[in-house]
Design a protein around this ligand. Structure first.
Ligand code: DGL
Length: 254
């Protein structure tokens, strides 16, 4: 048993979509969420820079005496999880594109894999594609996370951006899509509409289950039945804090 908090980080507000699943799976835990909003986006940066930023995010959480870390960012998981795990004993769980469940449910058509350019060019993703990439078509979506980052999760501007981004992939008539960036989960409704109502998969619930398993295995679960959530940002901005709180409470379909 261990009542220390769990640290969760992302480049910005997207990881709050993961945090929601974590709270649901582990209601007795305390969570400290850190969004590196000042340095967002990560997904258009080079790998070395993402690793450097991820190290700073981890340092912020370690200073707050966390017992485990969740990388609530597909981009940072790809660029930094392996290195971070080799550098510390603490459990580090990272969200990844949910290609496996999409592939297992595939009925013969294409799977669109939406993610940041950095996630899609990493070796980790190439390895995932080797295992579950049959008929999967990666689609980098630079510019899309920024909508959720500023809390714009619906509306005409987003619809127009999505129509433009999905123009080519729609020609393949994909039967499902993977949301390989935690920011995209907040825009599920708009993305689903733009892709013709196909099923969408994300790695959030799998990440929450994995965290629970690891805490159980290592005897690190909290003794409480009700925990707490603390939101932090590198941006030192009231507007970002407001967006984070709003996203934490926003109803989204699962
Ligand atoms: N939310 C992040 C992800 O899951 C990254 C978005 C970004 O910073 O580009 O990949």
């Amino acid at each position: 048993m261990d009542d220390r908090p769990i640290g969760v980080f992302d480049s910005g507000t997207g990881g709050i979509s993961v945090l929601r699943n974590l709270i649901r799976q582990l209601p007795g835990e305390d969570f400290i969420y850190y969004g590196d909003d000042k340095n967002a986006p990560y997904g258009t940066k080079p790998e070395e820079q993402i690793l450097k930023l991820a190290r700073k995010d981890v340092a912020f959480l370690l200073d707050r005496n966390v017992k485990a870390i969740v990388i609530a960012c597909n981009t940072a998981t790809s660029a930094a999880a392996k290195t971070l795990r080799s550098e510390m004993e603490m459990p580090i769980i990272g969200v990844e594109p949910a290609l496996k469940p999409a592939q297992l449910a595939r009925k013969g058509g294409y799977i669109a894999v939406l993610a940041t350019p950095a996630t899609l060019r990493q070796r980790k993703f190439t390895e995932l594609m080797k295992l579950y990439g049959d008929h999967a078509v990666p689609l980098p979506c630079p510019g899309l996370m920024e909508f959720a980052q500023r809390g714009e999760t619906q509306g005409e501007r987003l619809d127009a951006f999505l129509a433009d981004t999905f123009r080519d992939i729609l020609k393949l008539r994909p039967e499902s899509a993977v949301l390989g960036c935690t920011h995209y989960v907040f825009m599920k409704q708009a993305i689903s509409k733009a892709l013709g109502g196909i099923p969408l998969y994300d790695g959030n619930e799998g990440t929450a289950r994995q965290l629970k398993r690891v805490l159980e295995q290592r005897g690190l679960l909290s003794t409480r039945s009700v925990g707490s959530v603390k939101l932090c940002t590198s941006a030192q901005s009231d507007a970002v804090m407001e967006t984070m709180s709003r996203l934490l409470d926003m109803p989204i379909e699962d």
